[in-house]
Design a protein around this ligand. Structure first.
Ligand SMILES: [Zn+2]
Length: 343
């Protein structure tokens, strides 16, 4: 296969991929059989926020969305989190995936000869069990990207899919944003209510992300009939996140009935590319990224691996978006906010 090898060497290096939100190997696939490390290498995934679902054991799908199903006993959330995190770290070590711990690591992963980079991330700060001091143990194990809330009731703050009880972020939630800034952990506002987003933007000293979802003229409300409607981020707040240097990730959700606002059907990588390009027009090329939510969006996904994400990038190229725009959306924007947050 010398001829093939020669050709491969001469091929242009492909644009790296970064993903603000991925559950690859953590929900629908078994981790060991997931093929994650091979897929990351083959598709040149430079940075992947690998999202541990902090409340995963206590939630479930209903016909209209995801809800809390049971109440964790004291100690269970923290034990669950550390057991899952240890498992993820063992996989990364076994498959020689680089764990991104510093701004220098971010740069090393996006460099031409970079290794695939794992950003250990949590969807929900539930493992704190209400105590800010519990952040340190997670940080020490490598956590660098933290989404404040998810689907179970939390002392951190309100979330989009149930009636609010904290008026946004609680006192703990505000301190958590500050603590993340102090330590060098990227704060992720996905699932938070509009009030929490406003409060976090006021407090934060580093850019913030909304890692996954979609953007609509109006934001979602907990009274909306379906989860994907509740999970809308308003265009006004997307712009506010952008104004502070932050980034909004669009997910790989496919709908059985695509609609204005989210036109993506199952397996439709072209429509996903169109949505990314549309958000670039609305909030600027420095503020849009992939937040695929691989394994988290249910059976109607548009992409379920990085071969799919590469197809989306190919569509963006065919659409003749400027190469600088494609590079920022593909990896540059996540690399920039992560670098700023990790310091
Ligand atoms: Zn989510």
């Amino acid at each position: 296969m010398l001829a093939f090898g020669h050709h491969a060497v001469r091929a242009q290096p492909r644009t790296p991929i970064a993903d603000l939100h991925s559950h690859y190997g953590l929900i629908t696939r078994s981790l060991d059989g997931s093929g994650l490390s091979d897929d990351m290498r083959q598709q040149r995934v430079a940075l992947m926020a690998w999202k541990l679902v902090a409340d995963g054991r206590w939630i479930g799908r209903t016909p209209t969305g995801i809800v809390q199903k049971s109440e964790p006993a004291p100690g269970e959330l923290i034990a669950y989190f550390h057991a899952r995190l240890d498992r993820m770290k063992a996989y990364a070590a076994q498959h020689r995936l680089k764990t991104v711990l510093s701004a220098a690591d971010v740069q090393a992963c996006i460099a031409a000869d970079g290794q695939p980079g794992i950003v250990l991330a949590s969807e929900g700060a539930d493992f704190l069990e209400g105590r800010l001091g519990n952040l340190q143990a997670a940080y020490d194990k490598g956590l660098r990207h933290l989404q404040l809330v998810h689907y179970i009731r939390t002392p951190v703050g309100d979330f989009q899919t149930v009636p609010p009880v904290h008026n946004g972020l609680s006192a703990l939630g505000r301190l958590l944003v500050e603590a993340c800034n102090d330590k060098g952990v990227l704060v992720d506002l996905a699932h938070s209510t509009p009030q929490s987003v406003d409060q976090a933007l006021q407090i934060a000293r580093a850019p913030l992300v909304w890692s996954h979802g979609w953007v609509d003229r109006a934001g979602g409300r907990f009274t909306d009939p379906f989860g994907f409607l509740q999970r809308r981020l308003s265009l006004t707040q997307a712009k506010a996140i952008a104004d502070k240097g932050g980034v909004v990730g669009l997910w790989g959700l496919g709908l059985a009935n695509p609609r204005a606002g989210w036109s993506v059907a199952a397996r439709d990588t072209r429509a996903y590319a169109n949505e990314l390009a549309g958000l670039v027009d609305q909030i600027g090329r420095d503020h849009v990224a992939f937040g695929t939510d691989i394994e988290g969006v249910g059976p109607n996904w548009s992409v379920n691996d990085y071969t799919g994400v590469r197809a989306v990038l190919d569509h963006l190229q065919q659409m003749k978006l400027p190469s600088e725009t494609i590079e920022r959306v593909a990896y540059g924007n996540y690399a920039r906010v992560l670098t700023a947050a990790l310091g």
